[in-house]
Design a protein around this ligand. Structure first.
Ligand code: ATP
Ligand code: MG
Ligand code: FE
Length: 351
């Protein structure tokens, strides 16, 4: 089964063709980063206008690269949330129109589910019966969550961020330090020469608070990054100069260390609490070198296998969307076609 995936939830305009869930035949992406950089973050109207301008060409590119045509694909998959409403609507309108015109099914996909599925998009990905139940750490620009997965489409959200997402914390730190946008890769680069122990930034909800609840989540498995951001702001304000050179590298390294530690502490807690066969990490922040090293060390220590998202699929792409849709079709879990986008969509079990 070959599926055309369309992704426009934020500022990447993307289309891809995926066969049988894991084989990526093409993965076309137009990144709008340069358009948003002057504003220090994503400007929704600029994002949607660029989706309108670029999506048709990106879909053509995905088909051509895969050697496919509209006739040869079996279904259209599209992200319908979460994300920016005005961005989601562009991809969704295109996908719905194509599906209707071609007489093919439209499969709505949760963007965060796409991120989690992307850990399987590599040649040597293990079989499902080897990895489930699996603990997932989904760390992106808009959310950070711990998810217990019993199988494809069977999700239990264990914890989530109570304020900023991990990616957002890195993006905001880079802005405070005058390093530019997006922050994750720049903080990583700046941190390379720095000492991660130079400054002790807070790890957010560090002490164990097991049994205290935030909404329906155990506070102990939730994340918080707003205190860390304030701590950086205070640190910089208290300096009587703009940090540069080694001092800047030390700040970046210490901040990155705090973000990664806060994530890994929760993963370690959850690993000890649930009967799982493996754990995985996906989303844009999973590109981070230090986070990958810390999770790899945790995997060695606990002897629980770790699946890391292939770097090519960590940030937003449409292959992960088509991949989820293939799995839904394979397991006969297509459900009703979505009627509309949902910017606040949460992870939920497939019906
Ligand atoms: P969401 O998926 O919640 O809608 P998003 O799609 O904007 O949010 P992603 O594309 O998954 O998020 O990831 C983007 C985030 O990843 C940004 O916050 C960016 O700073 C971060 N990021 C990218 N590369 C790295 C890196 N090397 N280290 C840390 N963070 C990174
Ligand atoms: Mg983006
Ligand atoms: Fe994303």
């Amino acid at each position: 089964m070959k599926i055309l995936g369309i992704e426009t939830s934020c500022d990447e305009t993307a289309a891809a063709i995926v066969e049988d869930g894991r084989t990526v035949l093409s993965n076309a992406i137009y990144s709008q980063i340069a358009k948003h950089r002057p504003y220090g973050g994503v400007v929704p109207e600029i994002a949607s206008r660029n989706h309108v301008a670029k999506l048709p060409g990106i879909i053509e590119e995905a088909l051509a690269e895969a050697g496919e045509s509209f006739d040869s694909i079996d279904a259209i998959a599209c992200t319908y949330g979460p994300g920016l409403a005005s961005s989601l609507l562009i991809g969704f309108a295109a996908a719905k129109t194509l599906a209707q015109r071609l007489g093919k099914p439209l499969i709505g996909v949760n963007h965060h589910e796409g991120h989690l599925h992307s850990v399987f998009m590599k040649d040597d990905a293990p079989a499902e019966d080897e990895v489930f139940p699996m603990l997932g750490l989904m760390v992106s620009g808009g959310d950070s969550s711990l998810v217990l997965m019993q199988g494809p489409g069977q999700y239990e959200l264990l914890g989530s961020t109570i304020d900023d997402a991990a990616g957002e914390a890195l993006d905001k730190a880079a802005a405070v330090l005058g390093l530019g946008y997006p922050g994750g890769p720049i903080i990583q680069k700046t941190a390379e020469g720095g000492n991660p122990k130079a400054i002790r930034f807070p790890r957010g909800l560090e002490q164990s608070d097991r049994g205290k609840w935030v909404y329906k989540y155990d506070r102990d498995l939730c994340f918080s990054f707003s205190g860390l951001k304030t701590s950086l702001l205070t640190h910089v304000k208290n300096l009587d100069h703009t940090p540069e050179g080694d001092e800047l590298c030390n700040i970046a390294a210490s901040y990155q260390e705090a973000v990664c530690d806060a994530l890994v502490i929760r993963v370690e807690r959850a690993l000890g609490r649930f009967p799982i066969k493996s754990f995985c990490c996906a989303g844009g922040v999973s590109l981070n070198k230090v986070l990958r090293e810390k999770l790899t060390a945790l995997s060695a220590k606990t002897v629980v296998p770790l699946l890391l998202c292939p770097p090519a699929y960590c940030t937003d792409n449409a292959a992960m969307i088509a991949g989820v849709a293939c799995e839904k079709a394979r397991l006969g879990k297509l459900g009703a076609e979505p009627n509309d986008v949902n910017p606040n969509l949460r992870l939920a079990d497939w019906v």
